[in-house]
Write a protein that binds this ligand. Structure first.
Ligand SMILES: [Zn+2]
Length: 414
């Protein structure tokens, strides 16, 4: 007879304290990126999965940049995915407890990666081993990927698995910190580009009467490009309300006015500028680098066209793309999204709502190949990438229970 959801959750409870100890030690396994060597953390996860009787694949496309993959069946129906790498801890003296201590105080686990995302990954790992231990004979493929390289783009982590290894599951659940009240179905795109501006040199003593100053022109170019960030674009119908609510959530959580329209607009940052040759020479050239995040109304090429049009009145200006990717999303009504809502409600009495995010996750690498990728995981936003990063123990335990429920809904009850 198959197990009931209630029995699964009940039996799963006895591992909850062990899960928190696992997380605390996991934080101590260094996996800082850059440089991106995660082998110590990868070995820790490999040992854990093997202890539970799972075979693992050790994937290392570049020295130290490791991902660990474990499968039941072909692993192609549902993948659980989380990254092991963490951003650098910064100034040690600003931390209340050493950043790699994994110290447990007053209901929280502290340390770099606690929220982003060793907490979520630990919960996924425990859900995976406990579920497969209690439920035999799955007829759909399940897999878990603990990846590296995420904090620098994921090319050698998740993208490598989807692209080079060809593992493109129908559904991918990522345990990034969405907080348990939200699940993320999509993210804005990004484009980095460079604008080169040319002028004409002359002696400083005869400026501004002679020569054409490229730095001065660059200032006008910058102002022109910033105007593009004031335009509201139309996002696809099914995303309209989600985009609106996600903006309000961002505004509230970050306390920044204007963010309520962020999912309908381009963001704009001029991040680098280089120009001129000498103080007493009218600057003959200037280069400016921009970062823009793209709403779901546009693609990268549309942005470049908008920039070109905006700058068409200037002579001696050239635009060159550096890097980027299009915005992407998974329909808010997939089976995985439904399973998340179902399990969160049944187990945690939470009704999570779909949202969009401003930054990028590994979800996009799978969406690129047609997977439905959804992000749902525990974490404390305000400490992510900052000092004194931490995660609530209750949140990690609850996420683990909800993950068990999601697995149940996806793999047994349908
Ligand atoms: Zn992350």
């Amino acid at each position: 007879m198959t197990i009931t959801l209630e029995t699964l959750i009940e039996k799963g409870k006895k591992y909850e304290d062990e899960l928190i100890k696992f997380l605390s030690s996991f934080i101590a396994k260094k996996s800082v990126n850059p440089p991106g060597d995660v082998s110590e953390a990868a070995n820790y996860i490999k040992d854990f999965l093997e202890k539970w009787g799972h075979k693992v694949e050790w994937i290392e496309p570049k020295d130290g940049v490791v991902s660990i993959l474990s499968k039941v069946g072909d692993g192609k129906y549902l993948m659980l995915n989380g990254h092991m790498d963490v951003v650098p801890e910064g100034d040690h003296s600003k931390w209340k407890y050493p950043p790699y201590s994994g110290k447990i105080v007053d209901g929280y686990v502290y340390g770099r990666g606690a929220s982003d995302m060793k907490g979520g990954l630990s919960a996924l790992l425990y859900a995976y081993v406990v579920f497969t231990n209690l439920v035999e004979d799955l007829d759909r493929g399940l897999s878990i990927a603990a990846v590296g390289d995420e904090e620098v783009g994921g090319e050698l982590g998740s993208l490598y698995i989807a692209d080079k290894m060809g593992l493109r599951p129908k559904y991918v659940l990522l345990g990034e910190p969405s907080t348990l009240d939200y699940y993320n179905i999509g993210e804005k795109g990004i484009i980095w580009y460079r604008v080169k501006v040319w002028g004409e040199p002359a002696h400083a003593s005869v400026s501004p009467y002679a020569g054409k100053n490229a730095i001065l022109k660059a200032a006008e170019v910058i102002r022109e490009i910033y105007r593009l960030a004031e335009i509201d674009f139309e996002v696809p119908k099914e995303l309209e309300e989600i985009a609106l609510k996600s903006g309000l959530k961002a505004k509230e959580l970050m306390g920044i006015d204007g963010l309520e329209r962020i999912f309908f607009r381009l963001s704009c940052n001029v991040g680098l500028i280089k120009g001129g040759v000498k103080t007493n020479v009218v600057a003959p050239e200037c280069t400016i680098d921009f970062d823009m995040r793209i709403p779901h109304a546009l693609r990268k090429d549309d942005v470049l066209k908008l920039v070109r049009d905006a700058l068409s009145k200037f002579e001696g200006v050239e635009i060159e793309e550096i890097s980027g990717h299009d915005p992407n999303y998974t329909s808010p009504n997939t089976k995985l999204a439904d399973a998340i809502r179902y399990a969160a409600n049944k187990i945690g009495s939470i009704d999570p709502v779909p949202s969009l995010v401003m930054g990028a996750t590994d979800g996009r690498h799978f969406r690129l190949f047609g997977s439905d990728a959804v992000v749902y995981g525990p974490g404390e936003w305000k400490t992510i990438h900052g000092y004194n990063e931490r995660i609530s123990i209750e949140d990690v335990k609850l996420a683990y229970r909800i993950y068990l429920g999601i697995l149940y809904r996806m793999l047994i009850e349908s």
